[in-house]
Design a protein around this ligand. Sequence first.
Ligand code: 1CP
Length: 341
Amino acid sequence: MNSRERFQAACRNGKVDRPPVWLMRQAGRTLPEYRELRANHSFWDVCRTPELAAEVTMQPLRRFPIDAAIIFSDILVVPDAMGMNIEFTPAPVIDQTIETMEDVKALKRPDVEKALGYVAGALKEVRSQLGSERALIGFAGAPYTLACYMVDGMGKKGFVKTRGMMYSHPELMHALMDKVTDVLIDYLTMQVESGIDAFQVFDSWGGDLPPDQFEAFALPYVARIMERLKGKGAASIYYVNGIGNVLELASQAGSDVLGVDWRISMEDVRRRLPGRVVQGNLDPTALYGNPEDIGNRVHRILDATGGQGHILNLGHGLNPSTPIEGIDAFVRSVSTWKKSS
Ligand code: 1CP
């Protein structure tokens, strides 16, 4: 079984020789070769030049025996393509945020092949470099998480404007989410046609919502995306940061795989959603510990799922200062795990 077969089988709860492994934010600031490349190219240049994006995507695969590549890009390329001007400093900055219905109406529904064709170009380049050995993952931000940036601007603690708008102007929030969702469906369809094996929808701030607001504003739009992408040839992963609060609701979005953050134990996830295919969920800061401790923690997570219907990953993205040895210990511990019968 090669990496791609293993990854594809796990997404569909099939039999695997061992669970597949990859890491959120595996391409990027943790790697010295990434920082070296970024010294000569801006973040936008890397994203918009398929050869550079493909190079950065491949960097972690040369270092670690991971089963999948995730395309180097950002969730904010979508609001950019809709006409909002996004700068990376390196944290994202958005000057003109969404405040009125006129602002929502002014957002473009871009032709994704034109506005985001550089992502398709990068995916095709990576696919040709990977061949059929390893899996390729595309991604997009979830509508709610994108709305957080579009309404609040640069990553604000708590995203108070966005959350406030849901209570003060629910129709405005729904109009925004509706428009973003249409673009995301076009965008992910283009990614599927460019050769991905799976796409991940990142709801990085979805876990901040109380369950009723999650159900009313976040869930229906993600469910629409999953429904429209079903059967097109790629598996779907729905990652919610802070999912413990809304685990059963998030599961209803209909993704093939549910991405779980580190705040909840895998034992608890299995109890609450038996048989559900899951991805996760080691605390990213556990990688600052010693290799033996990392291995034990990974094995405990694998014991909880029995290695079945499980893609091993962190509970959120790698921190830039993570020691390389910690990443290495994490990846290798999936091969030293023995299923207890
Ligand atoms: O050059 C740089 O170092 C700029 C920093 C950077 C990087 C490396 C940004 C700005 N984005 C990225 C790449 C990126 N972003 C990837 C590909 C790398 C990989 O995973 O291997 C991915 C999947 C993302 C997705 C992303 N961007 C998310 C969702 C994932 C998550 O961590 O929850 C979010 C919330 C963003 C917004 C964003 N873009 C960049 C930063 C620093 C942020 C976070 C801002 C904030 O905290 O609000």
